[in-house]
Design a protein around this ligand. Structure first.
Ligand SMILES: N[C@@H](CCC[C@H](N)C(=O)O)C(=O)O
Length: 280
């Protein structure tokens, strides 16, 4: 199987061009290639496929083989791939995902995609649709007890489910311990991506993420969008937010309910390769 390893501010995936390759068992392949010791090493697998609804389709799988509806860092890499590997010459493209069709604007210089701005669509706030078990329609600054400690969460779906919580110390957080407890909490029947956030000023926040199906990653695009939405809903920031993650920064804009969220950031090619899956 031919592949390209790419990352969006350190959130790395193995990308397969399914215009040329066929992947019959993507969940199994995701588990194999993601292994950082016995595989290629990645946060998961992303298939770039033809679509009859949009210019391309992105199918994403987490490192544990589960399917994610959307991937913010992944979709910027898909844009870079399709442009730089000659699948399109367009600087405005659409990509079908399980979280809906997304529209992307590429900033291109000398044939290279430097930045991608993604219209991520409107955030979904209804608890039932995220899905989060709650007696309220929305989960905004609501209590939850995890490992005997009470936290307050805001639930946001960007096509995939997120809960955002505000903490004093992001760097010192024992995320390996608390992350899985949130991911598998009974309140989240489809598991969840959790963002631990510290507000630095009215336009800047710091964030670490525990991703459903992949564990801690260096960045999460949908998580950065959910974080900005949660900050704005809780009155903690203005409408333009720089989210500082372990792997870099993303710019997020949201003008409020009824408006889409925009995410802007880079995408990077690491290397191209070929792997014999039968020998793994
Ligand atoms: N890293 C991604 C999100 C990947 C999917 C997520 N783990 C899920 O299961 O929903 C991003 O950049 O958005």
């Amino acid at each position: 199987m031919k592949f390209t390893k790419m990352h969006g501010i350190g959130n790395d995936y193995v990308y397969v061009n399914c215009f040329e390759e066929q992947v019959w068992n993507p969940s199994e392949v995701a588990i194999k290639v993601s292994d950082r010791h016995f595989g290629i090493g990645s946060d998961g697998l992303i298939l770039i496929c033809p679509s009859n609804k949009a210019d391309f389709e992105m199918k994403m799988y987490n490192a544990d083989g589960s399917r994610g509806e959307m991937c913010g860092n992944g979709i910027r890499c898909v844009a870079k791939y399709v442009y730089e590997y000659g699948l399109t010459d367009q600087e405005h493209i659409s990509v079908e995902t399980l979280g809906g069709i997304k529209y992307l604007d590429l900033t291109v210089e000398d044939g290279k995609v430097l930045q991608v701005k993604v219209d991520m669509g409107e955030p979904i706030l209804e608890a039932e649709k995220i899905p989060i078990v709650s007696e309220h329609d929305r989960v905004i600054d609501e209590p939850i007890t995890v490992d005997g400690i009470e936290y307050r969460i805001t639930g946001v779906s960007m096509g995939n489910p997120h809960d955002v919580l505000f903490v004093e110390d992001v760097k010192g957080l024992d995320i390996e311990k608390v992350g899985p407890s949130f991911e598998n909490h009974e309140r989240f029947p489809k598991r969840i991506n959790t963002e631990f956030v510290k507000v630095l000023d009215r336009n800047t926040v710091e964030m670490r993420v525990w991703e459903r199906g992949s564990g801690e990653t260096l960045a999460c695009g949908t998580g950065a969008c959910a974080t900005a939405v949660a900050c704005i809903l809780n009155g903690l920031t203005e409408h333009e937010v720089t989210v500082k993650l372990l792997g870099g920064e993303l710019k997020i804009e949201w003008q409020g309910e009824g408006h889409p969220v925009y995410m802007t950031g880079p995408a990077t090619v690491v290397f191209d390769g070929e792997i014999n899956l039968d020998e793994m």
